[in-house]
Design a protein around this ligand. Structure first.
Ligand code: MRU
Length: 353
């Protein structure tokens, strides 16, 4: 599999995605024909990463709309909208923390509702077009994040990242990895310290793979090594993605992000969060209000299907944590770099979009 991969796409009436659970060993394409199959792919993390699950969910809505259109007769608009509303509820409930999911399903539903006296086919067509637009815009936003973020990469270019906020987590190119890719494209020095990111190992499996494809130098580290390398002066800045950024600038991201932000603060290292406006949720005042996904403890007590803890041991698995905005040096968005205080600027970014 080469670097010109696609994360999620629409083909012959199906939602296609690369099964990220099998990477880097196998690049198997999953083909979903029902909204339930897309929901399952999101829940089981065949597709993951906030913007990517937003794109998949938008296409899941298109599957629901096409199916409903096949069964509908003209004048059945309300039935179509009911179907879409039900599909939205199924999709939104799969992963609660990443706001991109409900943002995308809301956006396609609203596009369908704006139509005046549409036929079922027109509704289905509009939903699919909106899903295509979400995918295209996400890719464009990632490139813009790269252009803005590259200005923050220090001359030596030693960047630490967590989880996978690369092309696989988006429509392509990535968020946290976008400034890194841009720096590499520009021939600037860059070296990425990749947290392995227990328990799902997005760093070791996905980020390391993506960077290797691009021939971007990297060092894989376990999550508990970050402080060691910071103390030794090896890390110039941290760049992570986000699953939800709320009104005061608090950031939900992969579990372990908060610990990194505290470490970065203690060592005087800039801590940057890269995210598109689809990740911003100004309806919530602060991070305490963000729903945190609890995943199965089995994902902690096992690794690649093998038990690593004694039988009977209980484990906890909050999949995300919240980094308070006071620990965030700057947010890198498609519109530019935002420095604290974030509140008004975040509002402007969302309202002005
Ligand atoms: O559980 P995941 O793999 O979906 O979590 C992904 C992350 O936390 C990413 O950092 C975040 O979604 C940003 S992706 C551009």
């Amino acid at each position: 599999m080469n670097s010109a991969f696609r994360t999620v796409w629409w083909e012959a009436g199906q939602v296609c995605l690369i099964d990220q659970r099998l990477l880097p060993d196998e690049a198997i394409v999953v083909r979903c024909t029902t909204v339930e199959e897309v929901a399952h792919a999101i829940r089981t993390m065949q597709i993951r990463g906030a913007p990517a699950i937003g794109c998949a969910a938008a296409y899941g809505m298109a599957l629901a709309a096409h199916r409903a259109a096949r069964e509908a007769t003209d004048g059945d608009q309300q039935r179509m909208y009911d179907h879409l509303t039900a599909a939205k509820m199924i999709l939104d409930s799969q992963r609660p923390t990443a706001v991109n999911l409900s943002w995308a399903t809301k956006r396609v539903l609203e596009a369908a509702r704006r139509l005046i006296n549409p036929s079922p086919e027109a509704i289905a067509h509009t939903v699919l077009e909106e899903a295509h637009a979400i995918l295209a815009e996400d890719l464009a936003m990632c490139h813009a994040i790269g252009r803005h973020g590259v200005t923050l990469i220090p001359p030596r270019g030693h960047v630490l990242t967590h989880c996978n906020a690369g092309g696989l987590a988006t429509a392509g190119y990535g968020t946290a990895l976008a400034p890194i890719r841009k720096a590499h494209e520009q021939g600037r020095p860059i070296h990425v310290y990749v947290d392995e990111t227990r328990p799902f190992l997005q760093g070791a499996r996905l980020t390391a793979w993506e960077l290797q494809q691009e021939r971007i130098p990297l060092t894989l580290i376990t999550d508990n090594m970050a402080g060691y390398f910071m103390k030794r002066g090896e890390i110039d800045c941290v760049i992570v993605g986000a699953d939800r950024i709320v009104a005061n600038g608090d950031v939900a991201n992969k579990i372990g992000t908060y610990s990194l932000a505290v470490l970065a603060h203690a060592h005087g290292i800039p801590f940057y969060v890269a995210a598109p406006s689809s990740t911003i949720d100004i309806s919530l005042p602060n991070g305490d209000a963000i729903p945190i996904e609890e995943r199965s403890p089995d994902e902690v007590t096992t690794c690649f299907g093998r038990r690593i803890a004694p039988e009977g041991v209980t484990a906890a698995h909050p999949a995300f944590d919240v980094t308070p905005s006071r620990l965030v040096t700057a947010l890198i968005t498609e519109r530019g770099v935002i420095y604290p205080p974030f509140g008004d600027q975040l509002r402007q970014l969302v309202v002005g979009s």
